[in-house]
Structures are given as structure tokens and as C-alpha cells.
Unconditional design. Structure first.
Length: 123
């Protein structure tokens, strides 16, 4: 349940705050939200990554469909990727990596700040 909530919160942060704030502030907010949810490392990575990747993919497809511009196709040809859909896929992969690593950083920061018990026998 917390995993799905992290995905939805990440999508909300990216969609509503990304037009006004730079991407690195969004990454910090994703890290903070991931640390508040308290998920383990890989689950946090997947939650933040899927949220940001899906949001960036949806925004790229929405903008491309609304404007009807040939710019994504031209950018794809310029970069040697082929079509505009490939550019949207690369955008989604970059969003997945950025969101995933920011959520993983938040999760690891939470684990770093936890107090370890001193009275545990470690044979």
C-alpha cells in the first residue's frame, strides 16, 4: 500500500510542481517523501522511479499529442534515435533513473539516521 502511495505521490509532485520548480528540487522532494514512507531500498527505487518515469512519459505524450508538432520526430532524427516515440521512451527512462535514485537516496538517508541498538550480542 505504501508502495502505491509513493508512486501516486511522486506522480503528483512531478505533474503539479515540475512546471514551477527545477528537476533537482523535485528530486529532493521525492527523496524526502521516500524517507517519510520508510520503504526498503529497492522498493523505494521502484516507487520513485515508476512515479517520475510514468509522469514524464505521460507529459511527453500529452504535449506531443496536443501540439501535433513534428519537433519530436525531428529531434529523434537529429539524435539518431529514429522516431519521436523513441525520444519519449528515452525521456521516460531518464525520469525513471532520476526518480529512482532520488527515492533510494531518501530511503538510505532514513536508514543512516536510525539508531542501532548497542546491547545486541554479535557472537
Amino acid at each position: 500500500m505504501r508502495f502505491i502511495l509513493l508512486i501516486l505521490l511522486t506522480i503528483g509532485i512531478v505533474i503539479f510542481l515540475n512546471p514551477f520548480l527545477p528537476y533537482w528540487v523535485i528530486m529532493i522532494l521525492i527523496g524526502i517523501s521516500s524517507s517519510l514512507f520508510g520503504l526498503k531500498g529497492f522498493v523505494s527505487f521502484l516507487g520513485g522511479g515508476l512515479g517520475m518515469g510514468l509522469a514524464w512519459l505521460a507529459q511527453a505524450l500529452y504535449i506531443s499529442a496536443q501540439t501535433g508538432s513534428s519537433l519530436p520526430n525531428k529531434i529523434g532524427e537529429l539524435m539518431g534515435l529514429g522516431s519521436g516515440m523513441t525520444v519519449a521512451a528515452v525521456t521516460a527512462i531518464i525520469g525513471l533513473l532520476l526518480g529512482g535514485f532520488s527515492a533510494l537516496s531518501g530511503s538510505l538517508l532514513r536508514n543512516l539516521s536510525r539508531k542501532t541498538p548497542d546491547n545486541v550480542y554479535r557472537g
